[in-house]
Design a protein around this ligand. Structure first.
Ligand code: ASP
Length: 215
């Protein structure tokens, strides 16, 4: 989508008000409009830095993660290959409901209507009240191949693994095994949190029911 100001609000509206699961492009925006989701001009999303990254990627005929182009390198004093642009959130409420949401611009200079793992339920985003909620970031193709978020939930369900063990198995072994780059944030029905990643860094934070924050 190109005009939905807060895509996760749009996604939530699809979840709550549509008989369908996955909408894209103009149809998704028509649905959003019908459900009073805020739409903005594409200029709202413009940043000079990201524009320059796109021009570089086009010039080099490359598709890349938003952190890995030469523009990123020239702006930073140290390599920032491990910073992904996705924003994700997972939560457990007092009633035991688990929820996950993930928002991304995808890859820089992606083409042909490429869709990443982020909106694919089970790949980059998944929640099930009986297991866990998971939100992923990284090179989407690897997460789609392994159906990462659902696999973590399945390992808890079928192998009765802990959240940490399931995350380690899927992210640190299976994903790493195909040289996949990225990670996830996850929470289970007891409120345990795991945030594994195969890169050298992933910005992350958590807050518990007592208000204790970790960043
Ligand atoms: N997972 C996203 C994608 O492949 C990219 C990201 O995490 O920033 O579209």
């Amino acid at each position: 989508v190109r005009h939905i100001k807060n895509p996760i609000s749009g996604a939530r509206s699809v979840m709550e008000h549509s008989e369908f699961i996955l909408l894209h492009s103009e149809g998704a925006e028509a649905f959003a409009k019908e459900h009073s989701i805020e739409l903005v001009d594409t200029s709202y999303f413009f940043t000079q830095h990201r524009w320059e990254q796109l021009q570089d990627a086009i010039e080099d005929d490359k598709t890349e993660l938003d952190h890995s182009g030469k523009k990123q390198a020239s702006h930073s004093t140290k390599p920032r290959e491990d910073k992904y642009g996705t924003v994700g959130c997972v939560a457990l409420d007092v009633h035991g409901n688990l929820a996950a949401g993930t928002s991304t611009g995808g890859l820089t200079n992606k083409r042909y209507g490429r869709i990443g793992d982020t909106p694919l339920i089970g790949s980059g985003t998944f929640a099930d009240n009986t297991t866990c909620a998971v939100s992923c970031t990284g090179k989407g193709e690897d997460f789609i191949r392994l159906n990462v978020a659902h696999d973590i939930s399945s390992m808890i369900r079928y192998q009765t693994l802990s959240l940490q063990a399931a995350c380690d198995s899927v992210i640190m072994h299976k994903l790493k095994g195909i040289k996949g780059r990225g990670g996830c944030i996850a929470i289970d029905r007891q409120g345990n949190i795991a945030m594994p990643f195969t890169t050298t860094g992933m910005f992350r934070g958590s807050i518990d029911a007592n208000g204790v924050k970790k960043i």
